[in-house]
Ligand binder design. Structure first.
Ligand SMILES: Nc1ncnc2c1ncn2[C@@H]1O[C@H](COP(=O)(O)OP(=O)(O)O)[C@@H](O)[C@H]1O
Ligand SMILES: [Mg+2]
Length: 314
């Protein structure tokens, strides 16, 4: 079955995942183009550290939202670590400084130090993507994610962040009752909120992100794989891990399938692939599966991407 559900539903975010090299960027680009051609305003975002949207669309995209094609409502954005950290600082810098300087004498550079903590970048990436879906500029955001392991870690983070904050709240409260015997009355310098209100707002944010990523009416996860042993094994792992994080895979794309085998090499390859395609179809009978044939051409430029889009949405 092609990806009809994606075209029809009121989705705001489509996450495209899978292991490196299986065709995530190709499929995300094609999905974005297909949706833009159907009249939706689409932002195609890549968070892969190796930027690739510029290559496939043969234009300069980079760290600012850039219109990809003049006659289609399609924009692109390549998110780098630097961009994410700069945005994170914009959003949290003042609050973090206010919270910490309410009990310790630190200058603003301390915020940079907090920003290097493990997990901050991934945590904020999700927030940033959610903001992009919320501000009304786009009907739908198509997210070409970083390779699977990285993305899974990213999806686990809001939960970790949440439990960390709960511990931190108690810690700060104890500190306050010991030192000043006040709890929620101290207003932070440079912020109208109290310490606990700021911490509570961070918690709300994490909960909001968890809810948003797991909400199937607005967020859909498309997993790309290839019909080989490694692809099948990784699909199992990713499916299980996603399910453990409250995320159901909406569509599975099996890419690189040999369509016509007219020589010994391709016959052998096709036979090998058929076994894995069957196995995937049996294991994931409840999930929509789309098949994508291996093209003899390099997928670059709008015309080639359009062919992939046609195959995916046909
Ligand atoms: N169906 C296909 N037919 C031909 N080439 C493909 C196909 N899907 C992907 N490719 C090629 O495979 C390479 C890896 O694809 P890419 O989308 O960059 O993978 P990923 O983003 O998962 O690393 C690219 O050179 C791309 O053009
Ligand atoms: Mg890629």
């Amino acid at each position: 079955m092609p990806l009809r559900a994606i075209a029809g539903a009121g989705l705001r975010l489509i996450m495209v995942g899978g292991k490196g090299g299986v065709g995530k960027t190709t499929c995300a680009s094609a999905i974005a183009l297909g949706l833009a051609e159907a009249g939706r305003r689409v932002l195609l975002v890549s968070s892969d550290p190796a930027p690739s949207l510029s290559d496939i669309y043969e234009c300069d995209i980079g760290g600012a939202e850039t219109r990809i094609l003049p006659d289609l409502p399609l924009w692109g954005l390549e998110i780098s670590s630097d961009l994410v950290l700069a945005k994170w600082k914009e959003r949290f810098g003042r609050e973090i400084h206010a919270v910490i300087s309410s009990f310790a004498d630190v200058d603003y550079d301390f915020v940079d130090y907090v920003g290097t903590a493990p997990g901050i970048e991934e945590e904020y990436m999700l927030y940033f993507i959610r903001e992009l879906t919320k501000d009304g500029k786009y009907d739908v955001v198509v997210w070409d994610t970083a390779p699977a392991g990285h993305t899974l870690r990213l999806l686990r983070l809001p939960r970790l962040f949440l439990s960390h904050l709960e511990g931190a709240t108690k810690f700060y409260m104890n500190m306050y009752s010991m030192v000043e015997r006040v709890k929620d009355t101290v207003r932070l310098q440079s912020s109208k909120k109290t310490l606990l209100q700021v911490i509570a707002s961070w918690r709300e944010l994490s909960e909001g992100i968890i809810g948003f990523i797991g909400e199937q009416t607005t967020t859909r996860y498309v997993l790309v794989t290839i019909p080989e042993a490694l692809g099948v094994r990784l699909t199992e792992r990713v499916m299980a891990e996603l399910a453990g994080n409250g995320i159901e895979v909406g569509d599975l794309i099996i890419n690189h399938i040999v369509k016509e085998a007219d020589c010994e090499f391709h016959r052998t390859r096709q036979k090998m692939q058929q076994r894995y395609v069957r196995s995937l179809e049996e294991t994931y009978a409840g999930i929509n599966i789309a098949k994508l044939y291996l093209s003899p051409y390099e997928i670059k430029g709008v015309e080639r991407i359009r062919e992939i889009a046609k195959a995916l949405f046909a």
